[in-house]
Design a protein. Structure first.
Length: 362
C-alpha cells in the first residue's frame, strides 16, 4: 500500500460490533491458536448446548477466511449489531456466494478468479475438492447454487451468540477500541501517518523512504491509498493475532488490526482530593462494601442486591445512588431492569491515589 504526502486525509478508523463478534467466533473455532482469548473460550463453555453445536457446524464460515460481507456498514458508527446484520441480509446472493466460496477454496490458487462468475474455474475447484474432501465439495456446490441458507444460518447463530453472551462482552471491549483509535488519531496528528502505522502490528513492514506499507500475503496487490480509494483501519480485540486485509472489489479497502493488547495499558489518571474523598465516603458503610463484593462477581439489579443483602429495594437504591454519584458504579438498562456494575477505572484511580498518599516523597 502506497501513501501520498496527504495520506492522513485518506485514512479512516472504525469499530464494528458484528466484526468483533465474528472474530471472537473465529477464536472459538481453534482456541489453541488464540492464547490471549482463552478466558473468553472458557466463558463460552457455558453457552447453551444447541447454540454451541450450531456454531461448530457453521464454524467453517469464520474458521480461516473471514467473508467480507461481515464488514457491511462497518464504517457506520451509528450502526448497531442488528443494523449490520440487516445490511448483510440485503446483499445480492452473488456477492454472498463469492465470499462463502473463499471459506472453502483457496481462490489464490486460481489467480483470484470469482468462482460464481467463472464456470471453468468453478468446475476445476469442485473437481479438485471431490478428489480430496467430498463433504467440502458438496458444501461448495450448495453455496454456489444458493448461498442464502448458509448465510442465514450463520447470521442466526450470531444473533443467538450475541444475545447469550457477546452483547455484554461488546460493552466491555468497545470503550477500549474507541480509545485505541483516538490514540491512533493523535499519533497521526503529531507524528504523521507512517509512525502511526509502525505501531500497529509486527506483521506490517514500513518503508519510510517509499512511503509504503507491506503485508506478506499470497494474494499480491499493489494499492495506492487515495481520496478515491481511502483506507479504513478497523480496531479489534478479537482479531489478534491476525491482521485481516480486504482489498478486492466491490468491498472498501480495509485493514482490521489488533488494537489490544499491543500497547501497554496506560496508568489511570490520579484522582483529585475531592474525588478521593467522595469515593471514600461512598465506601464508608458496610452495605456499600457488601454491594461492591456482589458487583465484583457480575452485574446485578437493585432487586437482586436487595435479596442478597436482606435489605429493602429503597435502601439499596439510596446506597447505589451515592456510589454512582462518586463514579464507583455504572448502569445499563436490560429490558425492565437497570443493571449496576463496578467502574474499574475509577477504582484504579482511587487505589493509585491511596498508594501515592502512603508513599514517602522527597
Amino acid at each position: 500500500m502506497r501513501f501520498t504526502e496527504t495520506a492522513a486525509e485518506d485514512l479512516a478508523f472504525s469499530v464494528s460490533p458484528l466484526l468483533e463478534a465474528v472474530h471472537s467466533w473465529h477464536a472459538l473455532t481453534d482456541p489453541g491458536h488464540h492464547a490471549l482469548h482463552v478466558p473468553w473460550v472458557r466463558r463460552c463453555r457455558r453457552l447453551p448446548t444447541g447454540l454451541r453445536r450450531q456454531m461448530r457446524e457453521l464454524g467453517f464460515v469464520v474458521a480461516d477466511y473471514i467473508p467480507a460481507f461481515f464488514e457491511r456498514r462497518a464504517d457506520d458508527h451509528d450502526a448497531d449489531f442488528g443494523d449490520q446484520l440487516s445490511a448483510v441480509r440485503a446483499l445480492p446472493a452473488e456477492q454472498l456466494a463469492a465470499e462463502l466460496a473463499q471459506t472453502l477454496v483457496d481462490t489464490t490458487r486460481y489467480d483470484g478468479h470469482n468462482l460464481v462468475e467463472d464456470a471453468t474455474v468453478r468446475d476445476a475447484a469442485l473437481a479438485e475438492l471431490r478428489r480430496s474432501d467430498l463433504g467440502r465439495a458438496a458444501r461448495l456446490a450448495d453455496v454456489l447454487t444458493d448461498p442464502l441458507p448458509v448465510v442465514e444460518g450463520a447470521l442466526t447463530a450470531l444473533e443467538d451468540y450475541w444475545s447469550a453472551a457477546f452483547a455484554e462482552e461488546w460493552e466491555r471491549v468497545e470503550p477500549t477500541l474507541y480509545e485505541a483509535i483516538a490514540g491512533a488519531g493523535q499519533r497521526i496528528t503529531h507524528q504523521g501517518v507512517l509512525p502511526m502505522l509502525r505501531t500497529l502490528v509486527p506483521q506490517i513492514r514500513i518503508d519510510p523512504a517509499r512511503r509504503t506499507l507491506r503485508l506478506d500475503r499470497p494474494h499480491d496487490h499493489d494499492i495506492a491509498v487515495t481520496p478515491t480509494r481511502p483506507l479504513t483501519f478497523t480496531a479489534s480485540h478479537y482479531v489478534w493475532p491476525h491482521v485481516r486485509v480486504t482489498c478486492d472489489a466491490p468491498w472498501p479497502l480495509r485493514i482490521t488490526y489488533p488494537a489490544l493488547p499491543l500497547a501497554p495499558a496506560s496508568a489511570p489518571r490520579p484522582a483529585s482530593q475531592e474525588e478521593l474523598l467522595a469515593a471514600l465516603r461512598a465506601l464508608a458503610a458496610t452495605p456499600r462494601l457488601q454491594i461492591v463484593a456482589c458487583l465484583a462477581r457480575q452485574r446485578r439489579s437493585t432487586q437482586e442486591l436487595a435479596t442478597l443483602l436482606g435489605l429493602s429495594q429503597s435502601v439499596i437504591s439510596r446506597h447505589l445512588q451515592q456510589m454512582t454519584q462518586a463514579g464507583l458504579t455504572t448502569t445499563r438498562r436490560d429490558g425492565y431492569y437497570v443493571l449496576y456494575s463496578l467502574a474499574p477505572t475509577r477504582l484504579d484511580q482511587i487505589a493509585a491515589a491511596i498508594t501515592d498518599l502512603a508513599t514517602p516523597h522527597d
